[in-house]
Design a protein around this ligand. Sequence first.
Ligand code: ADP
Length: 247
Amino acid sequence: MNETTGSAVRVEDVVKRYVLDDSVELVAADGVSLTVAPGALVALTGPSGSGKSTLLHLVGGVDRADAGTIVVDDREVTALKGDDLAAHRRRVGFVFQRFNLLGALTARDNVLAPVVPFKVDFDKAARADELLDAVGLGGRERSLPSRMSGGQQQRVAIARALVWSPGLLLADEPTGNLDTRTGAAILDLLLSLRAARGMTILIATHDPVVASRCDRLVRLQDGRITDDVDLRAGDIDVAGLLAGRPD
Ligand code: ADP
């Protein structure tokens, strides 16, 4: 499999506001600053509506910040437009809670979907099959999503997210639709993919088991970072941190 170098991520004083129907303004990111080292696995936690998805969307360049700076490797995401912004999005893999696979397409074609419109210097089908193999789905290339379990569908979605060999993987509640055991297996997979490919991974999660297996836990509340904890130090009360009551 292709070696990838993990992306460095720098978020500085980022603000994102949404204007609601009644013209009330909601601040989904309220001066967020965060530096992530290449190859790190970071859990973004915090209650629903605390701004986890917003932060992932801003870093991935699918939504635009109102203020502040986001830099991924040498790309100042907050200054990118047009083709440069589209190229940035291809350098970032996204995984979602609902898998978001195309039901009419086989596993292989789902993995290939992001590269179909592009001329590339690799064999597309071979890349898809190699990735399906890497996520433990060798032999299921022609299966339709409806014939696969939730865990298998999420594996296809992860293979699809890797098709451009991204240095950064953004996962939004990737285990949220899975039972505990399947969710743990998906996290095992992300850890092994990181070890093999060196990607940086940001995971938004409510799950203390998932969060506790990350290197670092960043907790958001009301669009602000309230805690930023190095979990490699050991003996951290992750469940307490997630509940907003650090020991
Ligand atoms: P989380 O991922 O932690 O649940 P989100 O980032 O999805 O939080 O949402 C943060 C806040 O921004 C929430 O109050 C949410 O309702 C609001 N929000 C997110 N996206 C939009 C949008 N497109 N329009 C209006 N409000 C939004």
